[in-house]
Design a protein around this ligand. Structure first.
Ligand code: HEM
Length: 124
């Protein structure tokens, strides 16, 4: 199945598939397993997040920056590169090319700003 527009169907397909791969990854799996107890809750939150980011639904009310600063020792440059590689792989497999590209561009920009925020936090 491949979603051909940016909509809730695409997000519902993408988010669980992405985290299944992340959990199976040797570098990222342990980081998420030690931080997340309630996976259904995390997946629901991340669906809200992507719905807010891509569809301006306003469903996500959280703050990604402190959530990542909390785990900054584990969030290396290499970890971010792996996260983005798995995101690219999953979006390419599940979504039509233009839709995959939109999700990839957005994730890359958010990853950049999370990394800048973490760097700023360390240098204070
Ligand atoms: C939450 C890990 C990159 C979006 C989390 C949490 C972990 C995590 C462990 C749970 C935090 C907690 O509740 O204590 C990582 C790792 C990344 C990464 C290892 C890459 C190295 C990203 C990127 C995005 C993102 C690039 C967005 C494009 C989110 C969001 C939350 C979250 C929205 C929920 C924050 C909240 O609780 O409201 N991440 N993350 N993450 N992550 Fe990431």
């Amino acid at each position: 199945m491949s979603a051909c527009s940016i909509d809730e169907t695409a997000i519902d397909l993408l988010v669980p598939a992405f985290y299944a791969r992340v959990r199976a990854d040797a570098l990222l799996g342990p980081i998420f397993e030690s931080a997340i107890d309630d996976w259904p809750h995390h997946l629901a939150k991340l669906k809200d997040f992507w719905s807010s980011v891509m569809l301006a639904s306003g469903r996500y009310k959280g703050q990604p920056m402190p959530a990542h600063i909390r785990h900054e020792t584990a969030l290396s440059k290499e970890a971010f590169a792996r996260w983005l590689a798995i995101w690219r792989e999953t979006t390419d497999e599940l979504l039509a090319p233009a839709v995959a590209r939109a999700f990839q561009d957005k994730a890359a920009r958010i990853a950049e700003s999370l990394q800048l925020g973490m760097q700023f936090h360390r240098e204070r």
